[in-house]
Every structure is written in C-alpha cells, then in structure tokens.
Design a protein around this ligand. Sequence first.
Ligand SMILES: Nc1ncnc2c1ncn2[C@@H]1O[C@H](COP(=O)(O)OP(=O)(O)OP(=O)(O)O)[C@@H](O)[C@H]1O
Length: 606
Amino acid sequence: MTTDTGHLAGRGAVLRHLMRLTWRTDRAMTVLLAVLMLSQTAAVALTGLSQRWLVDSVGLDAFAGLVAAVAAGAVGYALTAACGRIQANLLVDLSDRVDVKINEEVLTAIATIPTVDHLETPEHLNRLGVLRRGTRALSGSAWRLAEAGATVASVAISVWLLMDVSPLMGLLALLTLPPLWTGRRAQAVLRAARDACAEHLRLERALHKLCVDAGTSQEVRITGAGPVLDEEADRAWTASVRTVYRADLVASCWRLAGWVCFTASYLGALALVLHLVLAGSATLGDLMLVLSLGSRLRSQVRITVDSLGKVSEAGQAVKHYLWLRTYSRESARHGAPAPDTLTDGIRLEKVSFTYPGAAGPALRDIDLTLRPGTTVALVGDNGAGKSTLVNLLTGMHEPTEGSMTVDGVSSAGIAPESWRDRCSGAFQDFVAFELPVRESVAIGAPGDVTSSPDTVADALRRAGADHFVAALPDGGETQLGRVHGGVELSRGQWQRIALARAFVRRDAALMVLDEPTAALDPQAEHDLYERFTDETEGRSDGITVLVTHRFSTVHMANHIVVLDEGRIIEQGSHDTLMARRGRYWKLYTTQARGYALPDSDRTGER
Ligand SMILES: Nc1ncnc2c1ncn2[C@@H]1O[C@H](COP(=O)(O)OP(=O)(O)OP(=O)(O)O)[C@@H](O)[C@H]1O
C-alpha cells in the first residue's frame, strides 16, 4: 500500500515535471492548446443542445428558435472540426519539441551515473531500451491526460443533457465504465508484452547493427557470418512479434467485450426513450437528443480510452523513467574534490569485484599500492583481470569488497566527476572522434586551458603523430573521418591520435594506458614508451598504469603486477621478478625467446 502510494506520488511528480517542461518549451502554444481543448468540450455541448432545439422548434413551429438552433449547431460543428484539426497539428509539433528535451534529460542521466554498471546489466539495458522508445509517449502524456479529462467533462455534459429527458438517462454514464475498464486491462496486457520483448528487440538491433556497421561489416562479410547473424536476428524479431501479436489479440478481446457491453446498454437506453415518446412523456426532440448524444458518447468514450491508452503507454515509460531517476539519485556521490597533487598515492586493500550478474568475482583480494611518479604495468593472461582493475582505478566500477583510497581518502568519498577530471586514458578500443585533428586531441581535456595549440602539438609529438599530421592537407585543422568528408586515417594513426588525447592532460593524477598501442608495430610501441618514460621520469605526482602484452615495454615500468584469475600472484620491479624466476620470468623469457634470432641468422648478420 505504502509502495503504491509512493509510486503514485512518483508518477504525479513526473507528470508535474512533464507539464513544467511543456510550459517552458512554448508557453504561448501551451495556452493555445488548453483553450482549443476547452473550446472542443463546449462545442460538444452546443452541438447536442442545438439538435434538441432544432427538433423541438420544428414541432412548435418556432422560426426564431429554428434559426438559433441551426446557428448554434453550425458554430458547434465548426468549432469541433477546426479546433480538432488545429489541436492535432499543434500537439504533434509541441510533443516533438518536448520529446527532444526528455531525450536530453534521459541521456544526461544515463551518462552522468558515475559507474558503468547500468550499461552492462541486461535488466537495466532492457529498461533503458523501453524508456528510449517511450519518450515520444512521455512527451505527449500530459496532453493525453488533459484530453482524457476534457472528454470526461464532455461526457458529463452529454449525460447531464440526457438526464433532462429522464433521470434514468443518468444511468447512461455507467455505459462508459465497461469500455474504460476493459481498455485498462488491454493496456496492461500490451505493457507486459512490451517489457517482455525488450530483450529480443535489443538483440535484434545489436545483431543487425553488426551487419551494417562500417567497423564490423568487413569481418562479417569475410567470415560469411552475415546470414547466420541475420537468422539469429530474425529469430529474435519473430519472438518479439509473436509476443506482441498474442498480446494484441488478448487486448482486442478485452476491448471488444467492453464495447459489446456499451452497445447493448445503449440500445436499451434507446428503447426506453422510444417507450417514453410513445407514452407521451418525452418529445421527438428528446429522442433526437438521445440518438445524437448517444453516438457522441461512443466517440467520446473511444477518445477517452485511446487517450488513457496513450497515458498508460507513457506510464510504462514513466515507470522506467522513475527507475532511472531513482537509480541516478542513489548512485550520485557528492564527495570531496580529488587532490590536486598526489602525495601518498592510490591504495587498494583486500579489494574484490564482481560484475553485476556474474557468477564469480573478476578480482579477488587485491592488495596494491600505486605510488605517485611511478609507472605500473599490469600483466597476465587474457581474462586475468587487468582491464577490470583499470576500471576500478578510474571509478568506472566500485569495489564490491575491500577499500580503495586516494591519498588516504576513501575513493567512495571523492566526487566522481572530480576524480575523472584528474584521470586520462587511452584504450585498445579507442574512440575515433571524427573532428578536426586539433579538436579530436583537445577533447581529452575539455575546457582545460592547457589544450592550447602548443599543448595539442606537444601531445601529438609525444604520441608520435606529429609527422603524419603535418603531412595532412590542413595540418592540425584537417577534418578527420570519411563520414564527414574528411581524411581517413589508418588504424595505427587513429590510435596515435587517441594516445595524444590521453597525453593532452599533462597534469593527470592517473593515466591509464590499456593496450593503447595494439595497432602499432612493436618498434613504434617501444619507441613511444621509451620517449614517454624519459619525459615522465622527472614527474613526482602522476601515476601511469600500463596494460600491455609486450614485455619489451613492460620492463620499462617501475612496478610490475602479475595477475592470474583475478588475483595478484607477483609484484615488484623487473629485476626483482626476474630474479624470482616465477610467472613473470616465465612469460618474459618465453616472449624474448620468440623474438631471439636463430644462431644461423646471427651468423648471417655478422
Ligand atoms: N562487463 C563484464 N561483465 C561480466 N564479466 C566481465 C565483464 N568484463 C570482463 N568480465 C570478466 O572478468 C574477467 C576479467 O576480464 P578483464 O577484461 O579484466 O581481463 P583482462 O586481463 O583485461 O583480459 P585481456 O587481456 O583479454 O584484455 C574475465 O573473466 C571476463 O570474462
């Protein structure tokens, strides 16, 4: 009960918020729409009344009354037709604009949640999918509700006029109940189906995207996986269509049942008035009124059912919107600002982490100290937990157990956006920002004064991108990316731009380089890290965390951490770990042996 009340209060708050949003979007149009809606309600009453006057005046031979009735009917009809058309057009336009604002709100909420858990949990992704598809319904929901309210008012007027014929006609108001109730049942069935389809629709979109996306379609074509993916996507689509189809069928049965009740009761009402007319206690005008208002009542109830249906559709989006707001509020952390310079560094004590919904932890009992001014390399087999550890350090995930401190302050007590401002990073799956070169690099420190042309040029140089950028048609101002008619780069060149983006924030407290040179050749990677190590040698505050599988690079790090199945199995300097002849030694010597020249080649060299 309390939950229901809270839920209703939440829905009320969302509705008020939507109304404010509509009002702020266009006040004049909001007022105009409200006036049009009221005019339509008045027009309904006027049309009904005019029909009654008309028949009564014919009976009484009252010419003036006849003219007045025709005039009132004409005004009522004109009002209904004109207002309805204008209202529909304006509503589409205003809803479109409110939709843009709601989308902005939703995307901002999704993007500003400090961690990325919600983007990796299927249940949350389904909710976000339904919400994103439902923003259009949300944007018009306040109007739909107003429309339903106005129609209910016109139903009340119709019934009041009918009661003039006979108080028994008041019972006609009850006619509206079955279609309204069954309409609600139908909507509940459709809502459940939409929720049930979310997973299938998400899968279908993801699979079809793989086939048409420029980045993935090449592999899909070469491997010939297209038809298999297409078939899988079709299966997901068919499952979704079947669910909706079944729900449509059930919903139609509910609606039909409601209208059968309505029609039966209406015919009963007509029979009653006919009986009254024959008995002389009602006029032909009354019969005309019942005929006219009765059929009008039917269209009013249909509009109300439709409007409430749209409100209910929006209600489903509201449910997920409320969840997003609550989730975003509960995840928000307003901690202290991150330290300007690190003195103690980052410490992890007994840290474990389990991905949402995962069976077991990806990291267990991690004890690690990252000292300022050092480069720490994370090594280990695929799936050992290196990227997960990087994600914890940057705040993309929070430890599920243990503690992480930055200069002695718990990471949970530091404002996430402040910590992110102190981090920079380059990744294997980098983003190719299709912007002019300078912007594509400067975006690494947005709003930062250090992103001046000189700083960008320096970052490009450190990333080894200066030579090819200088050769571009407009140098640093060259537009990148063929989608915008710019210059297309090779994957390695794109990766160097991504590295420059990481380097542009020179004062980063934490720089994570998670296999950011996978697209570079080994020599280029070696040169890059050598230059990078030389340049950062004098820096006493920043921490660099490096993930790479190339041991020629790893050995340059001050501290090396070896992970295996989510645990740290060794850590120390290159020399210490080599002397220990443990896993690091084994990995290093195996790779070194792979690069060593056979004796015959050495002889040839000499
Ligand atoms: N988003 C996720 N949800 C659930 N499990 C995940 C997720 N990402 C990674 N994992 C799991 O966590 C474990 C560690 O993965 P992680 O990506 O950290 O390994 P890694 O050492 O970086 O591997 P690689 O060298 O292949 O990049 C793996 O078992 C992986 O299956």
